[in-house]
Design a binder for this molecule. Structure first.
Ligand code: AMP
Ligand code: GLY
Length: 421
């Protein structure tokens, strides 16, 4: 089977690594991919948001897997299905669960899916009015996609009002023309994943991300600086509760609204004292959570993706997972998530990758004219390790970073996994 994968992050490297191990796959092409993905797939220079380019490329492939959210929000799945090309991922209507926070909140309210109380405003005046009904801290969110940067937690009313002013003056362009203001929730955050065929939902597992840039959960929000799984305290009981209160009602509601959800649903959850509540929905695997999931998944990923696309998830064997904890520490270019330089040389990767229990998934890398691996983005590498305990996996990851990878221009958080250790 010939498979096309769209995307070029750490998530897509982990997906490519896992898909390439499937005996069903005879050829794997990634668009556009990067220097790391090139080790397990052919890379073609078509960008993941070039919808027409991807549709043209996909002709002749048996199956397409879409990694990031942009092509889903832009309707890539709809266009591929029009051409009778099989694809794993939600269509544009179903992708609204991520591409519009107002859509997701209204959907939760309609189907009594637990989430924070909220209001949606389309202009500054009504937003300020709604703010008066809330108490600090204030949670302000841009409605549309903002690369993980569209959420502000304001400690004071003044800051919240100033942020709202910026949002409506176009801080995130069209994405912040509409704003969601919501109740502040407290509890442990979990990234939970489930696959759906539009009707049936198959639970995957949970992981914990570290969104802030610096140690101790300080600094600006990022796409994610590291993740681990399993998460202590999130066991079968909690998983079943999330499936019955959140995931299955989401799938039922989407089907009832006429846009059944086919793909992987990533529910960002707050485990509050009143039970799990939705912080946000994403309609794709998390990055860096996916890297950890793929390392723990023992089953053939292709079996699950194909069954979901075919509407046959109910006859799919539940996936099996390694018991050993897995951690993923992100190495980013100094300056990220602000401005940073590209092009610095990274050494030592080949030897590090050959160590036991270590997989290095690239995020933003490319090669220079001499064939050396160079940094080409903000998040650059994912050092993904396993161990008999989480502590063992974490020690191994930092040992690889300190002793094997030679990249002075990079940095990582030093406390990934700290909430569980
Ligand atoms: P989001 O992009 O919606 O996941 O928000 C980014 C981060 O902001 C989340 O991972 C939470 O840490 C935080 N956050 C978002 N909404 C809330 C909320 N209602 N209460 C508390 N924290 C929140
Ligand atoms: N790691 C969070 C995300 O992928 O959105």
């Amino acid at each position: 089977m010939k498979v096309l994968l769209a995307g070029s992050g750490g998530r897509e490297h982990a997906l490519a690594w896992k898909i390439s191990q499937s005996p069903k796959v005879t050829r794997l092409v990634c668009a556009p991919g990067h220097a790391g993905i090139a080790q397990v797939a052919e890379c073609v220079a078509v960008k993941a948001d070039d919808i027409d380019g991807l549709v043209a490329l996909a002709t002749g492939f048996d199956f397409v897997v879409v990694g990031p959210e942009q092509p889903l929000a832009l309707g890539l799945v709809d266009k591929l299905q029009d051409k009778n090309i099989r694809v794993f991922g939600p269509n544009q209507a179903a992708a609204q669960l991520e591409s519009s926070k107002a859509f997701a909140k209204d959907f939760c309210r309609r189907y009594s899916i637990p989430t924070a109380d909220y209001g949606v405003s389309e202009d500054l005046e009504s937003a300020l009015e709604f703010l008066e009904t809330m108490t600090a801290p204030y949670v302000v969110k841009a409605d549309g996609l903002a690369a993980g940067k569209g959420v502000v937690i304001a400690e004071t009313r003044d800051t919240a009002e100033a942020e709202l002013g910026e949002y409506f003056s176009g801080k995130f362009g069209k994405a912040s023309q509409r704003v969601v203001i919501e109740e502040f929730m407290t509890g442990q955050e979990i990234s939970f994943f489930a696959i759906s065929d539009g009707k049936n939902a198959l639970p995957l597992i949970g992981a914990q991300d570290h969104k802030r840039a610096y140690n101790g959960d300080k600094g600006p929000n990022t796409g994610g600086m590291g993740a681990y799984s399993p998460v202590p305290g999130f066991g079968e009981l909690e998983r079943d509760c999330v499936m019955s209160r959140i995931i299955q009602p989401t799938m039922d509601g989407m089907a009832r609204d006429g846009h059944p959800f086919v793909g992987v649903l990533f529910a960002g959850l707050m485990m509050t004292s009143g039970g799990p509540k939705v912080i946000e929905y994403n309609v794709r695997f998390g990055d860096p959570e996916c890297q950890v999931l793929m390392r723990r998944l023992d089953s053939d990923l292709m079996d699950i993706l194909l069954a979901a696309e075919a509407g046959e998830l109910s006859s799919c064997e539940p996936p099996t997972w390694s018991k050993d904890p897995v951690v993923n520490v992100v190495l980013a270019t100094r300056g990220y998530p602000g401005s940073y330089e590209k092009g610095s040389i990274i050494r030592g990767l080949a030897a590090a990758s050959n160590m036991g229990n270590v997989e290095i998934f690239h995020a933003g890398t490319s090669k220079n004219a001499s064939g050396e691996i160079i940094a080409a983005g903000g998040r650059v590498l994912n050092v993904t390790t396993s161990g008999k305990t989480l502590g063992e996996a974490v020690d191994l990851a930092y040992s690889v970073i300190d002793n094997n990878i030679d990249w002075p221009e990079g940095f990582s958080r030093r406390d990934i996994g700290c909430h569980a250790l």
